[in-house]
Ligand binder design. Structure first.
Ligand code: PEP
Length: 250
């Protein structure tokens, strides 16, 4: 009942020409499967152009970040309506790289999530623990606290639009994936938290992606877990053949 969602986070990669070439490769190999959702999140400079390329195809457009104000003197920031304007349906909020390098906190992530929802964008909210936190046995407490703080003030009805991405920081870009059992355990803990916050019925409908070195050779095992509803993919989304293989998980 939860439609799997595979999203590619291109981070700070791809010129406009490279972005268009990648999308052309994806569109050529995508086929017409409707049982899974595919999202690409190019850098801002390629959003408008890729938005035109994917319009009315099986690929949805997402942005990697958004600011919470509607407009104003916020040099370098991009407002939710600007993302809608170029065809975005999704936006990532709270990626660990934004938390680490750009000062995002649970409070700012929460404001961005509300701004996205208020403008009809579906937020993909990232949560995840560091290696020291995992080694100290704190992973579940850290992650579920991030979920609670990031979703503060959100209604059960609004949760239909929210995707959560569990991304253990130590697995991002390192080649070190969480075992499918560890990932499943955390996804189950996140869903239990959602049940406390919004009720068991709503919790069963929310899609929870796994992210962290997802590759063609581990996607099938991850997707076989009952609470893993998709993947947020960095490095392996930068090439059409590997991203297509991930999209075509068994
Ligand atoms: C990410 O960017 O969210 C990510 C999970 O990256 P990678 O797949 O490269 O680990």
């Amino acid at each position: 009942m939860r439609k799997p969602i595979i999203a590619g986070n291109w981070k700070m990669y791809k010129t406009l020409g490279e972005a268009r070439e990648l999308v052309a490769g994806l569109l050529a190999g995508l086929g017409d499967a409707t049982d899974r959702e595919v999202v690409v999140c190019p850098p801002y400079t390629a959003l408008a152009s890729v938005g035109e390329q994917v319009a009315n195809t099986g690929i949805s457009l997402g942005a990697q970040e958004v600011f919470y104000e509607a407009q104003g003197a916020f040099t370098g920031a991009i407002a939710p309506q600007m993302l809608c304007d170029v065809g975005c349906r999704y936006v990532i909020v709270g990626h660990s790289e934004r938390r680490q390098f750009f000062g995002d906190t649970d409070a700012s992530v929460n404001r961005k999530l509300h701004a996205a929802l208020a403008n009809g964008l579906r937020p993909i909210m990232c949560v995840g623990e560091s290696k020291p936190q995992r080694d100290a046995g704190e992973a579940e407490a850290i992650v579920t606290a991030q979920v609670r703080a990031g979703l503060a003030g959100v209604s059960a009805a609004q949760m239909a639009e929210v995707v959560i991405a569990y991304e253990p920081i130590w697995a991002i870009g390192t080649g070190d994936t969480a075992t499918s059992a560890d990932a499943q355990a955390m996804h189950a803990a996140i869903r239990a938290t959602l049940a406390e916050l919004f009720g068991a019925e709503t919790a069963q409908t929310v899609r929870i992606q796994y992210g962290g070195s997802v590759k063609p050779d581990n996607i099938d095992e991850l997707m076989a877990q009952p609470d893993i509803d998709g993947a947020l993919v960095g490095g392996a989304s930068l090439k059409a053949d590997s991203f297509l293989r991930i999209i075509q998980f068994q």
